[in-house]
Design a protein around this ligand. Sequence first.
Ligand code: DC
Length: 233
Amino acid sequence: MRRITIAIDGFSSCGKSTLARQLAQHLGYTYIDSGAMYRAMALFAMENGLVKDGVLNKEGLLALLDGVDIRFQHDPMTDRSATTLNGRNVEHRIRTLEVSDQVTLVSPVPEVRAKLVRLQQRMGREKGVVMDGRDIGTVVFPDAEVKLYMTARPEVRALRRYHELKAKGAEVTLAEVEANIRRRDLDDTTRAADPLTKAPGAIEIDNSDITAQEQFEVALGHVLDVLARVGQE
Ligand code: DC
């Protein structure tokens, strides 16, 4: 059967990765978490002293950009893909609220985006990928056969992310998590370079009041329709 590209965009913490993983597993496709790459870039900036008092030393980051190597590798311990930064597994480090707080310092930088978009396009060259992010259907894969645009009410997303972080033992409050989500929504939709917008032809799914399983069934229905159509071309 012909393999396609599935692009999933949407706000922070609205279940994109859950849906992307479910679809990839069901179809035997590769799941690629583009947000992890921006998170790894933020971690790189933090670890190299390029963020001070909430301000990014952009020139410093640009000078080191060519030496930043971000990849995904299978982690036999978790049997999942892990993000690596210059050969080091940073999967856990990049999921902290500290990194979430700094990521929108690096994500608007056009040179950072150009580098990561190039890598993402290379990863998707062979098709058979499900990639989630903010600009996948608009910039990375504008020709994706399936484009999904996911939303959920901010307070619903904050509660979900709060429970996730608490389950990992993080010391956070619901108010902190909600403030982070609302700030990233604003940053992601208002930045000059590749802001989050609904791609032409994208199907919108609001999952505030549906379960992950219901959402999967809706999305899979769209994917199967497209697969049946392209199979006849
Ligand atoms: O999906 P996430 O929350 O892990 O993404 C982390 C940040 O990276 C998010 O605040 C916006 C940015 N991002 C982006 O600018 N473009 C993408 N394709 C994916 C994420």
